[in-house]
Design a protein around this ligand. Structure first.
Ligand SMILES: [Zn+2]
Length: 576
């Protein structure tokens, strides 16, 4: 028997969970597949597909609960075992459900199915079929191995600093130190790790580029570029659109971003001696911090959402009341933060590690933005329609960070303006960086034959265009173009990055509109949440009445409005 969830529960941490059994899951999927293939009418096929969706929800709920509980306490032996079990049975379950997807796609009742479930579902299946063939399985294994090789090398790094050993993320507290000597030393030591492993990382990446190119050729593509787009389900935009968009960023955003960096440089007060590691510090008096305990911050968020919107308030309170937030850092808990939607329980869940920084507040806005989209998108019957494509997911979360601006004083008190100014500046300066990551990968996959040294030189040339204030005097490795080796997306999620910049621009659009009419902007936001993944990127934005950052003068208009807003702040005053 497969455990069934009926959408009802009291406390998330008390939901009973049975150990999943591989054989019965595969049998259930095969049973559905047989019924589907032998269906005598469209009606029968539709009924079977609905059963398939319910089964998928039950399975994804089991997977989600195991993952959540394992990350909350990575030392709990029950969930260590269950998590290992998922790694083991996951691929076979995927294989069986891929077979069902294929048979839905090839069903002789296709017109009736399209009428019932929509065309998009079939287009998505078609695209994912195009990116796979049994012939490439050994190459996919190789690709995964290379990813692990990179991850293991980086996560295994131990940097010795003042007699202690630190991982790269742990070095972050020193590279962001307000003390300049600490910052300089820590930064040099961190980059020295990459410089020492320059050839090794270069070789891993070279093999990755080559195997991805080989996969693309076997599948009939000219190179990996379009395959990368297809893998991400980008149905209605192309590398050409990205190229035009990057050019617009160069023209409109780079000058604004540079003016922000120039002001930062003046504030820091090192003049011509400003070094690359100094830009890690936005204010010489330190970053704005939330004032309050985690419990107080959650109560502030409750108040904020109750004033923002009844819908947001309803779901936020639901999450609090049903223990769907695990926010405080504790021993044994995994790092980072995420939101997961649990289909069988019809709820979102937020995982975080509060540490007293402004990121704690971002969790309560950003991750709740994902959560609200989860709740509203969760009303879709077709699981594939509940989430939008990867370029749109972050729009929901990032926009919430701005739609909640009028309440930031609840969290930041005297630091409120300090927070808003930095948060908006970071948004603008991030966009050119995102372009470098995308432009670099595009070039690399179009020219898979170039050497590691040439790749680095190309990266450095992009930095000079998009982040011209960056100079690396005294650091030969960075001057030769080595920065990208720490950008893990380049290795793990090829060609996924420009998405963040697109989402950033859309979130700023919401910000600008909310300053004119807060209620109208939020209504539009909720409508966008509800549309979820029912349309591909371009049509989705159009239907939600959101201007596409890639089109017309959207980018220029959005950025100009944000820069006007920023004029009210006096950053030197904020930094006192
Ligand atoms: Zn996010």
């Amino acid at each position: 028997m497969i455990q069934h969830f009926n959408g009802k529960f009291d406390k998330l941490d008390e939901v009973k969970l049975d150990k999943p059994d591989k054989e019965s899951i595969i049998a259930a999927l095969k049973d559905i597949d047989t019924k589907l293939v032998s269906a005598k009418s469209g009606e029968e096929a539709i009924k079977t597909i609905k059963e398939y969706f319910t089964l998928s929800d039950d399975l994804s709920t089991v997977f989600a609960l195991i993952y959540i509980r394992h990350t909350i306490n990575t030392k709990d032996p029950t969930y260590i075992e269950l998590n290992n079990l998922l790694d083991e049975i996951g691929p076979s379950i995927n294989e069986a459900s891929n077979q069902v997807d294929k048979d839905i796609y090839n069903s002789k009742f296709r017109p009736e199915l399209e009428k019932k479930f929509g065309k998009l579902y079939f287009e998505e299946v078609a695209l994912s079929m195009k990116t796979f063939s049994p012939e490439i399985v050994p190459d996919l294994v190789e690709e995964n191995k290379l990813t692990s090789e990179y991850v293991n090398l980086i996560s295994g790094a131990l940097i010795e600093y003042k007699g202690q050993k630190y991982s790269i993320p742990q070095m972050g507290k020193f590279t962001n130190s307000l003390d300049r000597n600490t910052r300089a030393e820590a930064s040099k030591l961190t980059w020295a790790f990459y410089a020492d492993n320059d050839d090794k990382i270069g070789d891993i990446y070279d093999r990755m580029v080559k195997v991805r190119t080989k996969i693309a050729k076997k599948l009939g593509y000219a190179n990996f570029l379009q395959l990368g787009y297809d893998r991400m389900g980008r149905l209605d935009w192309t590398p050409k659109d990205a190229e035009i968009y990057r050019k617009k960023i160069l023209d409109y955003i780079v000058p604004l971003s540079e003016s922000i960096c120039k002001a930062q440089k003046e504030r820091l007060g090192y003049g011509a001696d400003t070094k690359y590691y100094d830009y890690a510090i936005f204010y010489k008096t330190g970053n704005p911090t939330p004032k309050g305990t985690p419990v107080e911050l959650v109560n502030d968020a409750k108040k904020m959402y109750s004033e923002l919107s009844p819908v947001a308030s309803k779901y936020f309170n639901f999450m609090v009341d049903h223990n769907c937030l695990d926010l405080v850092a504790k021993p044994g808990k995994a790092g980072g933060g995420y939101m997961d939607y649990i289909a069988g329980l019809k709820t979102s869940f937020i995982f975080a590690n509060f540490n007293g920084t402004s990121a704690d507040v971002d969790t309560l806005t950003h991750e709740f933005g994902h959560s609200l989209q989860g709740f509203l998108g969760g009303k879709q019957d077709v699981p594939a329609y509940r989430n939008p494509g990867m370029e749109c997911c972050e729009m929901h979360s990032m926009s919430m960070e701005y739609l909640t601006y009028p309440w930031m004083n609840l969290f930041f008190k005297q630091d409120t303006d300090k927070y808003k100014y930095q948060h908006l500046c970071d948004a603008i300066t991030f966009i050119p960086y995102g372009c470098i990551v995308d432009g670099f990968q595009t070039y690399v996959y179009e020219h898979p034959e170039i050497t590691h040294k040439e790749r680095k030189a190309y990266w450095r040339s992009l930095e000079k265009s998009y982040l011209p204030h960056k100079t690396y005097e005294g650091n030969e490795f960075l001057e030769s173009g080595g920065w990208w080796m720490r950008q893990h997306h380049i290795f793990e999620n090829p060609l996924y990055y420009l998405d963040y910049t697109i989402a950033q621009v859309v979130s700023l659009e919401f910000f600008n509109e909310s300053r004119i009419d807060r209620d109208a902007a939020f209504k539009k936001y909720l409508n966008f949440d509800e549309l979820a993944g029912t349309l591909p990127f371009r049509s989705l934005l159009k239907k939600a009445d959101i201007k596409n950052p890639m089109d017309d003068d959207t980018l220029k208009d959005v950025a100009t409005s944000v820069m006007d807003y920023l004029k009210q702040f006096n950053p030197s005053e904020l930094d006192k």
